[in-house]
Design a protein around this ligand. Sequence first.
Ligand SMILES: Cc1cc2nc3c(=O)[nH]c(=O)nc-3n(C[C@H](O)[C@H](O)[C@H](O)COP(=O)(O)OP(=O)(O)OC[C@H]3O[C@@H](n4cnc5c(N)ncnc54)[C@H](O)[C@@H]3O)c2cc1C
Length: 498
Amino acid sequence: MARATAAFGLYSARGVCILRGVSTQSASNPNSPPVVTVIGAGLAGSEAALQLASRGHRVRLVEQKPMARTPAQSSDALCELVCSNSLRGASLMNAVGLLKEEMRRLGSFVIRAAEQTKVPAGGALAVDRERFSALMTEWLRAEPRIEVVSEAATEIGDARPIIVATGPLTAERLAADIARRVGAEQLAYYDAIAPIVSAESIDWSKVFVASRYDKGESERDQRAYVNCPLTKEQYAQFVQELRSATKVAPKAFEDVRYFEGCLPIEVMAERGDRTLSFGPMKPVGLTDPKTGRWPGAVVQLRQEDEAGTAYNLVGFQTRMTWGEQARIFRTIPGLESAEFLRYGAIHRNTFINAPRCLDETFQLRQAPGVYFAGQITGTEGYVESAAGGWLAAHFISRRLAGAEPELPPLTTAHRGLIVQTQRNPDDYQPSNITFAHLAPWDGARLQKRAKYEAMSHRALDDLQQWQRREGLAASAGGPDGPADAHANRAMMPSANSH
Ligand SMILES: Cc1cc2nc3c(=O)[nH]c(=O)nc-3n(C[C@H](O)[C@H](O)[C@H](O)COP(=O)(O)OP(=O)(O)OC[C@H]3O[C@@H](n4cnc5c(N)ncnc54)[C@H](O)[C@@H]3O)c2cc1C
């Protein structure tokens, strides 16, 4: 049995919602402010909804709780932190610390709630998870511009603008609709993440640059890979280490059936002594200039960013623990002092091939008005997801005000999130924010920590100017940061029309 609702299409008796036929203007009152639909009240959707409301937009926030939960959720509160209670490092010497400081200056509600519910955690920002979610839920439910609708969306439907922020465990029927829209091959259900190391931590005296049989049209293609050569003995030892390493156990809901094309390296090591040397560690066609011969095996590194500040270990997706990855991968010649910007991983993770499907404002290229935000775009982590929600809300808000948004500067961590979603379309994998997503440091030569701090200060200066250009109230980043988001309301054309 289905019933019709005023403006939002059909709902089955079991509460399943098909978002359909919703226009941005209310049918009864053409002067009422536009409605923005947000599906998913997690980190991204909650931030987006509060940002939009604070700028005067009406929001319909569709969340499947309490009718349904993802297998990782354990409460009915909105904006739930499903695992760790940490929003990670707070220092400006790490990229997520910079991202959080930018969010604070941009008036993020997630950061404000985190500040109000924080618990001691050394150099990290950790929160009391129940109080955090309770506070966000309270803000969302108290905001008169936000209508929280408890429904499981099964389709994107026709409502515009809409933000899809349903996260890494997007409910199946909605995921099927997304796959239909973007193409099944553009939607992944598991990630297969290879580690990334910083270029400056590679021992360049031990590695050589070459592509297999020097293939490639341009000289750049021919020098596309950095090769870490292993002797036969080093390779045999490496395989033994992989076999005995501690691995992360799959979650109860993860039915990990690996694709043959992206097996974890430890699974390949289990299959036979030579499996890896016929797979990602294949040495054929790679002549080491030091010996004039092909090595016993090779670990190939591929440049991750245009400036060559970071390299990924090609084909090295893995479920080994981070500690084991650091220990074992540092036995690879050339990587003895490797700084890991990202560790390898494989989890259940619904995400779209953002570089293929989305433009730089997280809008579906083939369907203007449909935006994606949070982990489903291939960013990773609570903080990154909330920042993605802020960005999507900002882009929509600017467009509803009749202006084309300017992207944040390339030096900022917010732009770094956009850069992440535009890179590597042929092998797109989720990532946390890293300094390799930001414009490289071009000032005086500095030690690593000083350089990261200098990059952060550069980002915050540039952010402030961008805020002015975008008509956002600049905040000194005080404890009342989000009050500035409310201050923005005064500048929005729809601010007084609610
Ligand atoms: C098991 C697990 C552990 C994790 N641990 C960590 C960690 O420790 N630290 C960290 O930083 N990140 C962790 N993550 C990643 C984390 O999930 C994300 O960083 C973050 O929650 C993503 O935010 P999001 O808003 O994109 O999605 P979510 O926070 O997952 O929010 C999505 C929301 O959409 C709702 N939803 C889904 N489908 C529908 C639908 N069809 N209709 C309506 N609502 C729907 C969900 O109920 C949910 O509330 C973990 C992920 C998993 C799966």
